[in-house]
Design a protein around this ligand. Structure first.
Ligand SMILES: C[S@@+](CC[C@H](N)C(=O)[O-])C[C@H]1O[C@@H](n2cnc3c(N)ncnc32)[C@H](O)[C@@H]1O
Length: 377
């Protein structure tokens, strides 16, 4: 048998040319095998790796060896019974995530893969995977890899064939009923929504500062556990905030200064207020239901009142944000009964049917959703 040192790299083979960056095979492979990405992120989060590097790495720009990370995993995760992870496997997880710039990677091992000589540090991406970060995406990673999206999306073809949500087929009920019946998934979903909200709302509060000035009472319709409203009220303490959502959501909502939680059904009654706020809500519903919700909003606000909707608007031009909108549209197909992401023209028609006179759109920087003001007069 030949010594390994005598082996040489194979000459470039014409057959391998299919794997150039523009090749359809590579493009397809990227889509087919992307499943490992969110699950590798989940593994890193469950093993607490970003927080371990932040805590024990020695400050900004520093890093930890694979062995150090392994030691702290064993020490920090009681569920692992102080067991050291397999060092080589841990290295392979870190190396994969570093290839997506989730971690920095340095080594003095030259070309050899001597995993003990590799070190990993935080990047702007992994800082978002720290539990302590204000904008932590950990709840999103956990919710996006939970059984609901996986089992629901497996049935996308059935959704397309039958024009009804796979969620009901997979679980025998719609998403809101499912969460009402499963406290753990309810908590996970609401934590993910709240986490998603923080970054978008930071932008809303900054860009739309002037828009909240003349409002004394603001009702957040389907506001989840109240985090959107809490961020608005913090910046505008003169506002009395009312957070309306279903009972099983309000039951787990924390007490928040300036926010009154109200259990209710937005199709039946919306508490009166100077203005309505509504984020990531219209995309959950069919056009007719959006018109119904907006008619209730119309009743709840005075003649000079407005609805401030924060929602994605599907545009013609392609691009990263556009693709996020289209992905969200697929999720709406699977998880809601007729919800969808809409174009401006589709929104316009819904606003008209609900009795509103005009609207204005403000785009948010680096965000999928826009602010849509919908005026009664
Ligand atoms: C996609 S979440 C958006 C939550 C929040 N606005 C945010 O952006 O984080 C949709 C919300 O609608 C609520 N919801 C569903 N049906 C409702 C109804 N009939 N009345 C009030 N809230 C409802 C859900 O409980 C959930 O909190």
């Amino acid at each position: 048998m030949a010594e390994s040192s005598s082996l040489s790299a194979p000459a470039p083979d014409a057959g391998l040319q299919i794997y150039t960056s523009s090749s359809p095979q590579l493009q397809l492979h990227d889509m087919i095998f992307c499943l490992a990405k969110p699950l590798a992120l989940k593994a890193a989060v469950l093993l607490n790796i970003p927080d371990i590097i932040a805590t024990h790495g020695g400050g900004e720009g520093s890093s930890l060896s694979v062995e150090d990370i392994a030691f702290h995993i064993a020490a920090s995760a009681p569920t692992m019974n102080m067991k050291l992870p397999n060092l080589e496997y841990l290295f392979r997880l870190l190396r994969y995530l570093a290839s997506y710039h989730v971690f920095t990677e340095t080594s003095d091992a030259g070309r050899a893969v001597e995993f003990k000589r590799y070190r990993y540090g935080l990047t702007a991406v992994s800082k978002l995977l720290m539990v302590e970060n204000e904008y932590s995406c950990v709840p999103l990673v956990l919710a996006a890899t939970s059984k609901i999206p996986w089992e629901g999306l497996q049935r996308l073809h059935e959704t397309v064939m039958e024009g009804c949500p796979a969620m009901s087929k997979a679980f025998g009920m719609n998403a809101w009923d499912y969460f009402r019946n499963d406290p753990q998934e309810n908590e996970m979903f609401n934590r993910a929504m709240a986490s998603d909200t923080r970054a978008v709302m930071a932008s809303v509060v900054r860009v739309y500062d002037h828009g909240f000035k003349n409002i004394n009472t603001l009702v957040d319709v389907a506001g989840g556990t109240g985090s959107d409203l809490s961020m608005i009220v913090k910046e505008h303490p003169h506002i009395h905030g009312i957070n309306l959502d279903l009972p099983h959501v309000i039951d787990i909502a924390p007490a928040l200064p300036g926010v009154e939680h109200v259990s209710g059904n937005m199709f039946q009654h919306i508490p009166p207020a100077d203005a309505v706020f509504m984020k990531s809500v219209l995309h959950d519903w069919k056009d007719e239901q959006c018109v119904e919700i907006l008619k209730k909003c119309h009743e709840a606000i005075p003649g000079n009142g407005k609805v401030i909707a924060v929602d994605a608007i599907i545009e013609e031009e392609a691009g990263c944000l556009q693709r996020m909108g289209l992905r969200s549209d697929i999720e709406m197909m699977v998880f809601t009964d007729g919800g969808k992401e809409r174009t401006e023209d589709e929104f316009k028609e819904i606003f008209r049917l609900a009795g509103f006179q005009r609207y204005a759109i403000t785009k948010l920087p680096f965000s999928l959703p826009s602010i849509i003001e919908i005026f009664k007069d």
